[in-house]
Ligand binder design. Structure first.
Ligand code: THU
Length: 140
């Protein structure tokens, strides 16, 4: 069960956003991932002079939690808040990673004032490609 309110998780995402490294786009993104153990893992976008080497805030949080030993399965990821200046939504690559690692997460998308809307991974990425297509009995 979530141990934080949506507003508290959004506040964490806003704080994470202040850590963004964005010398090129100046578009700061923060992410705060609520994990089943009650902890919150931060992510922010980290840009690079070789632009495609940039990594998004959402994927930083989703992968950092694994590195911190907080991921045993899909239900360990409870909620993800994403903060941008204008309530911009996660990119397609991040949606795919969200579907892989936390398909049942609640997602809060907020602007820099903390105004947020609530959505889901399924709503963000319907009919997603997943591991079921790779099952051995499907191989040909
Ligand atoms: N960005 C994210 O961090 N998350 C997204 O889902 C969309 C885009 C970042 C990448 C880049 O640093 C900046 O926003 C502009 O694209």
């Amino acid at each position: 069960m979530p141990t934080l309110s949506p507003e508290e998780l959004v506040a964490h995402a806003l704080l994470a956003r202040t850590h963004a490294y964005t010398p090129y786009s100046h578009y700061q993104v923060g992410a705060a991932l609520l994990v089943a153990d009650g902890s919150v893992v931060y992510g922010c976008n980290v840009e690079n002079a070789a632009y495609p080497s940039t990594i998004c805030a959402e994927r930083v949080a989703l992968t950092a939690a694994i590195a911190q030993g907080k991921y045993q399965g899909q239900d360990d990821y409870v909620a993800l808040a994403v903060a941008t200046r204008d309530g911009g939504t996660p990119c397609g690559t991040c949606r795919q990673v969200m579907a892989e690692l936390g398909p049942r997460m609640v997602v809060y998308i907020c602007d820099e004032q903390g105004n947020y809307r609530t959505t889901s991974v399924a709503a963000l990425l319907p009919d997603s490609f997943d591991a079921s297509s790779l099952a051995d009995d499907q191989a040909s």
